[in-house]
Write a new protein. Structure first.
Length: 318
């Protein structure tokens, strides 16, 4: 039984508040077109399958070839059965929480793992994971948790689209942040952060992602990618990052989670995700991300942090 709730479906509500969203409605069906929503041009769908299929045929004729249907796995499967020119391109998990996360988690720092934006049975040209790029997070932690009191910095104010307007402030964090050129002394094995990074660190973040996670969907300075959080090692090296990207006023979205291969297995991925999730939840109803089913370690980590799972899928023209 497919739930018909266009105005309550978080996928539809996420898309409706995205910049430039276009909406088509019929009785028992809605399609929302959004360009570059978590890397892809998407047609977010909800409603009764036959009604959605009829509406989607119209929308496909009015949008470009790059737009892809996106919704619950059950609904996308039903739509593909009714529109032969479409095929399922990927299935993955939409994970979300409406409560502050439980800072724990399980081992997800797997060498070679990736967190893109997340799917299972992903084809070569689309994957989502953690709201990242095309594969799932390479650096979700082993359950270690950083301490040090309240780690929330006085971050930049919200932008009009629900994200954050980058400014040129230095890195700050009451729980151990560092200021470029004036780094806090740390004992061997100690970490600084997590904290929000300043815009001046974006070249450093880009270099790290190029090395550790080149298939990421989220990159510094790209449209929809608002800000980055990070954790540094005792020597000041950036070890783990995660982005706020494609957030709306109601739904915070996390992406681009990346951990250096040399730093995996220390719980840093878990710590950065817990920090970003709690930060994005402030003033919003929920925090979400996308993750591949094959990335079982990432799925376990997010479940351990209190995220629930909804099976979703994308389709494309044959």
């Amino acid at each position: 039984m497919i739930e018909i709730a266009p105005d309550r479906d978080p996928l539809v509500r996420w898309a409706l508040r995205a910049p430039g969203a276009r909406v088509w409605r019929r009785t028992d069906a809605v399609v929302v077109a959004c360009a570059d929503l978590s890397h892809w041009d998407r047609l977010v769908i909800n409603g009764e399958p036959e009604a959605v299929a009829g509406l989607l045929r119209q929308v496909l004729g009015e949008t470009g070839e790059t737009f892809r249907p996106f919704g619950t796995e059950e609904l996308v499967t039903e739509i593909v059965a009714r529109i032969p020119e479409l095929e399922v391109s990927a299935t993955f998990a939409w994970m979300e929480t409406t409560q502050p996360v439980q800072r724990g988690g399980m081992d997800a720092d797997r060498p070679g793992g990736v967190n893109r934006g997340g799917h299972s049975d992903v084809d070569s040209d689309e994957s989502h994971g953690l709201g990242l790029g095309r594969r799932a997070d390479v650096g979700l932690g082993d359950g270690g948790v950083l301490t040090g009191g309240d780690l929330r910095p006085g971050g930049p104010g919200p932008a009009a689209d629900g994200g954050v307007t980058p400014d040129r402030r230095r890195e700050t964090a009451s729980g151990g942040g560092v200021t470029p050129g004036r780094r806090r002394e740390t004992a061997p094995g100690e970490f600084s952060g997590p904290f929000w990074l300043g815009i001046e660190t974006w070249p450093e973040v880009t270099e790290m992602i190029q090395e550790a996670y080149p298939e990421s969907y989220a990159w510094p300075g790209h449209p929809g990618v608002h800000r980055w959080a990070g954790i540094r090692g005792a020597d000041g090296e950036l070890l783990t990052v995660a982005a706020e990207a494609w957030s709306t006023p109601e739904i915070g979205f996390m992406s681009g989670v990346t951990t250096r291969p040399s730093a995996r297995g220390r719980g840093l991925g878990t710590a950065i995700c817990a920090f970003v999730a709690d930060e994005l939840l402030a003033g919003r109803e929920r925090v979400a991300l996308l993750v591949d089913y094959w990335n079982t370690a990432a799925l376990a980590t997010y479940s351990g942090l209190g995220f629930t799972t909804r099976r979703v899928a994308a389709a494309r023209r044959r």
